[in-house]
Design a protein around this ligand. Structure first.
Ligand code: BDR
Ligand code: CA
Length: 312
């Protein structure tokens, strides 16, 4: 199994990403760090603990990371994730104490205490913690196996016309992460907007019949209605688990190697990710972007993970 740390801001789709990682036998989820994004740091951290309790992984250390972006003022996505950051289901309370370390130190310790190139960092929120971690302990860069983040897009945004939320919240952090000399894959809106929780998907999830699957259903009820209201989607895109799916099975996505950059300019392009797909990437390019998704296979993985989690 692949050793994975998830850095997240749960968040409905982050919560499903955690459950996918926990339930899939090819992933060993060893740590979770949280970052302000969809809601305040306190709220998203409490949500991570609640999902750990619901999904039966309270033994996995969870540590609080950054409470705001490096330079940007704090902002949250209440219109999509509600006042709690995870509106909808009644969630269990935390079963374990938070890890006393700062989330950034949990990332560093997880990478440095394990054999070189065995830990994969999956980020499903703003990239603040990852950026701080590489600045605090630069040796993690050559030590990780790879970094996969949900965020950005090759074309178009959701928070602004050209910027996706996770990048818009902290463009400077994203800039740090994509420019380090490690293998980084961007799983952006181009593919996650194909990861739609359609009625067929909802039926398959409901058929699992367990409490965690029911929680996912209740989350998708709220999240789906919010997506319809605020962004006009008929069925909601479930972004974050797509990054986890890539680690489980690379064939779920089509990925291309491409030079990647993040616009830090003030004005309308701020937070835009720019992938150069004009020609084959230059030798030594270590950034990749997802360009295609096998949505059926993706949802099979989510249903399978919930089936394996059962009633923890
Ligand atoms: C991203 O923004 C958040 O609202 C979601 O959790 C996801 O990580 C999608 O733009
Ligand atoms: Ca997220």
């Amino acid at each position: 199994a692949r050793t994975v740390l998830i850095d997240c801001d749960p968040g409905h789709d982050d919560a499903i990403a955690l459950l996918l990682a926990q339930g899939n036998p090819l992933i060993d989820l060893v740590a979770v760090s949280t970052v302000a994004g969809n809601q305040t740091l306190a709220k998203v951290t409490r949500n991570a603990q609640a999902i750990a309790a619901a999904g039966g992984f309270s033994h996995v250390p969870i540590a609080q990371g950054a409470s705001r972006g490096l330079i940007t003022e704090p902002f949250v996505a209440e219109e999509i994730h509600g006042e709690t950051g995870l509106d909808g289901p009644q969630l269990p309370s935390a079963q374990a104490e938070l890890d006393p370390r700062h989330g950034v130190n949990l990332i560093i310790d997880t990478v440095m205490s394990r054999p070189a190139r065995t830990v994969t960092l999956v980020a499903t929120g703003p990239l603040t913690n990852l950026a701080l971690a590489v600045r605090l302990e630069p040796r993690i860069v050559e030590r990780v196996q790879e970094v996969v983040f949900m965020g950005g897009a090759i074309n178009g945004g959701n928070y602004t016309p050209v910027a996706e939320f996770n990048i818009a919240v902290d463009p400077e952090a994203a800039h740090v992460v994509v420019h380090e000399n490690w293998d980084v894959t961007m799983v952006g809106l181009d593919v996650t907007h194909q990861a739609l929780a359609t009625p067929r998907v909802r039926t398959a999830l409901a058929a699992v019949g367990t409490r965690p699957a029911q929680i996912v259903g209740e989350m998708l009820d709220f999240y789906g209605a919010a997506y319809t209201e605020s962004q006009g989607f008929e069925h909601p895109p479930v972004h974050d688990p797509v990054a986890v799916a890539l680690v489980i099975d690379p064939t779920v996505l089509t990925v291309r190697r491409a030079v990647l950059d993040v616009s830090l300019a003030e004005g309308p392009t701020r937070g835009m990710t720019v992938a150069d797909l004009r020609s084959p990437a230059p030798e030594g390019c270590r950034t990749r972007v997802a360009v295609g998704l096998d949505a059926d296979r993706y949802w099979e993985l989510v249903v399978d993970a919930l089936t394996r989690i059962g009633e923890p």
